[in-house]
Design a protein around this ligand. Sequence first.
Ligand SMILES: Nc1nc2c(c(=O)[nH]1)N[C@@H](CN(C=O)c1ccc(C(=O)N[C@@H](CCC(=O)O)C(=O)O)cc1)CN2
Ligand SMILES: [Mg+2]
Length: 292
Amino acid sequence: MRSHMNSSTAKILDGKALAARMREEIRLEADQLASKHGRKPGLAVIIVGNDPASHVYVKNKKIGCEKAGIHSFSHELSADTSQQHLLGLITELNNDPKVDGILVQLPVPDHINSEVILEAIDPGKDVDGFHPYNVGRLASRKPALRSCTPYGCMKLLEETGIDLHGKECVIVGASNIVGRPMALELLLVGATVTVTHRFSKNLRSHIERAEIIIAAAGKQGLIQGEWIKPGAIVVDVGIHRREDGSLTGDVEFEEASKNAGWITPVPGGVGPMTITMLLANTVQAFKTHVGD
Ligand SMILES: Nc1nc2c(c(=O)[nH]1)N[C@@H](CN(C=O)c1ccc(C(=O)N[C@@H](CCC(=O)O)C(=O)O)cc1)CN2
Ligand SMILES: [Mg+2]
C-alpha cells in the first residue's frame, strides 16, 4: 500500500476491526435479551426512492441487524411516496411494540421535508439520534440516543487511549448529521472545539494547530497532508468515489500519514462504525422499552 522511502508514521485507526469486535458484543447482548424477553430487538428501516448508494447502506444495515440478532423490518417506498404517507407509516411504527428503533435513510426526495419526518419519529425510537430531543439531550450533557457517525468517531478516538481533556479539536464541516453533534460529543468529554464551515477563513491555519481533526466537509482531498501537525489524530468522515471506482476521503491520506500519529482509512474507518452504533442504539432502545 504505502511503498515510499519517506514512509508514513501514522498508526491506522481500524474501524473495520473495531466494528467487528463491537458487533460481536452487541450480538451476545441481543441474544441474552431475546432469551430473557421472548423477542429480539427490532429495527424498522425506511428508504424512499432509488438512490443507489442509499440502497447499499440500507442493505448493509439489514445484514448488520441479521448478524447481530436484531430483527429488521424493511420499508422500501417508491420515489413518489407522499410526505403524508411516510408520516402515516412512522406513526404506525411509533405505536408498534415490536419496533424499538426507526430510521429513515437520508437523503429523502426533494418533495419530502426531512425535518418534519425526523421530528415525527418517537425520540425513544430515534436510533439515528437526529430528533431535536436527542440532539438537545447531548447538548445539555445528558445524552440519550446519540447520532451514529459522531458516536462512532468517539469510539475510534477512545481506541487511541489518548486523554481528550483540553485537546485542540478541529471539526471541518457543520452538518446536522456529523459536524454539529460531533462538536457536542467532543465538548462532553472536555475537549476544546473549533468547527469550521463553508464561511470559515484560512482552513489551513486551523488544521495546523489541531491535535485532533474530524474531517466531515464532503470535499474530496480538501485537507492537505502537509497541514497536519506531527502526531495529530485524523478521523476522516468523507467518502468519495474516484474515477477508477476506488474510495477516498476529505483528507489526502498518503501525505497526511507522514505527519499524523493516528489516521482512519477510507474505506474501513468511520463508515463501518456508523452502522455498528446504529445496532448499539437499537439494543439500547430495546432496553429502555422492555428492560434489561
Ligand atoms: N438515516 C441516515 N442516513 C444517512 C446516514 C445515517 O447515519 N443515517 N449516514 C450516511 C450514510 N450511511 C449510513 O446511512 C453510511 C455511509 C457509509 C458507510 C460505510 O460503511 N462506508 C464504507 C464504504 C462503503 C462503500 O463501499 O461504499 C466505509 O467507509 O468503509 C456506512 C453507512 C448518509 N445517510
Ligand atoms: Mg500537497
